[in-house]
Write a protein that binds this ligand. Sequence first.
Ligand code: F42
Length: 146
Amino acid sequence: MPLNDEYEPSALNIARSQVALFESSNGAEGNTIAGRPVVVLTMRGKKTGKIRKTPVMRVENAGRYALVASMGGAPRHPAWYHNVMSHPRVELQDGPRRREYLAHEAEGRERDEWWKRAVEAFPDYAEYQRSTDRLIPVLVLEPVTR
Ligand code: F42
């Protein structure tokens, strides 16, 4: 089911601009930060029901992706984490390829496996986790086959 209702851009300028550049170039630009690959997540807002989009680091394995709700090590989860937990059917665009996924929160061994992949993809995640008491959530996206 395509997420194509009213789009409400992020309140954070860097994220809003990166999504705009990424989407206007169909993933050819705005697809890195600090030299590391970035993908764009599209979801439904938990409270507003509007379409929200946010860049996250690309953490991929065998067609599945992880979303790391780090928010730079802030003491609270990002709003997009609450959105995805409320509406787990999301879309993710990796370069020119946009697909539908079903999200779940990884726990235990699954989380450990994905956390290792995440830190390999973006080492700053380890620093973010050291700088906050909250356990940074890792959501795993499984492709939705029609
Ligand atoms: N953030 C990460 O957490 N992980 C990453 O891997 C990551 C990578 C990344 C790469 C490039 C880049 O430019 C930014 C990157 N970020 C990463 C930052 C990320 O894009 C977000 O900006 C950040 O995580 C904060 O997300 P946020 O969803 O909290 O966004 C805030 C700024 C925001 O837009 N807040 C809105 C507001 O009006 O204050 C509300 C947004 C929202 O979704 N509202 C919901 C709704 O219903 O519409 C309700 C949400 C609720 O809490 O119920």
